[in-house]
Design a protein around this ligand. Structure first.
Ligand code: MF3
Ligand code: CO
Length: 250
């Protein structure tokens, strides 16, 4: 397939979609509190998507049954919204995408439901910062391995586990385009980053061992050792120098 380069006009569309997604994720983050069911977050996600006239690229993707992913505590990714109630002190990952005028963007945040432990706070903060480190490394002319390595080095410097089984990815025409972007790797290797590449960077980090397994529902990914985990994701566009974050409020 190869990496699909987007024109400035196409990136303009993804920027608009990215802003919409950022507002939706902001709204959803504000709704995360003890007592809320994950299904209610999915419903709010649907309402918000209707309001902005966008669609979820997750719904029906390989049979995924919901519109967003909500993953709690040791759930890393692909938590299916349902009857589970969020408890005080839990960390909740909201992962969402939108399709806007034919283009997709993808983003995720981990937020706290009330007070969380110092260990959980540190995990969440370090995962956000690992994403920042990846974005900084994603400069035009750098190599993909520089991005992977920046994320891994930062995460491991904070003593966290780097999940190996799930990666970032190209995004735009499809939810998952080339290249795959592991959260670990060797600087100086891999394809050179060029203007017009649109990438979803998404460090998935654990407070314990990095190994994961999939629950019987065939979707929800949890840590094998039950340790807490966090996940942040942005869709970025490679520019002339630094990358532009498309999934921010602008
Ligand atoms: N944001 C995730 C990703 O990057 C979620 C997609 S899984 C889905 O791949 F099935 F829910 F779509
Ligand atoms: Co993604």
């Amino acid at each position: 397939m190869g990496i699909i380069i987007k024109s400035p006009e196409e990136i303009g569309i993804m920027r608009q979609g990215g802003r919409i997604l950022a507002s939706i994720l902001k709204r959803l983050s504000e709704e995360v509190r003890p007592g809320v069911r994950t299904r209610e977050l999915d419903e709010i996600g649907v309402q918000e998507m209707k309001k902005y006239d966008v669609k979820s690229p997750f719904k029906g993707y390989r049979g995924y049954p919901a519109n967003i992913c909500v993953s709690i505590q040791d759930e890393l990714v692909h938590g299916i919204p349902g009857e589970r109630v969020i408890n005080k002190g839990e960390v909740v990952t909201l992962d969402a995408g939108v399709i806007y005028r034919g283009f997709m963007v993808d983003a995720a945040v981990t937020v706290a439901a009330g007070e969380i432990t110092a260990e959980a706070r540190s995990l969440v903060e370090a995962t956000r910062e690992a994403l920042e480190a990846g974005i900084k490394a994603a400069r035009s002319g750098a190599r993909l391995g520089d991005v992977s390595s920046a994320i891994q080095v930062y995460a491991e410097s904070r003593g966290l586990g780097v999940v190996r089984e799930y990666s970032g990815h190209g995004v735009g025409r499809e939810l998952h385009e080339d290249p795959q972007i592991p959260n670990f790797g060797v600087a100086g290797r891999g394809p050179v980053l060029r203007r017009g590449m649109t990438l979803a960077l998404e460090p998935m980090l654990t407070a314990g061992d990095w190994r994961t397994r999939v629950l019987d529902n065939m979707w929800t990914v949890v840590t094998q050792d039950g340790s807490l985990c966090a996940h942040f994701e942005h869709t970025i566009a490679i520019g002339d120098n630094e990358a532009e974050v498309l999934t921010s409020l602008g």
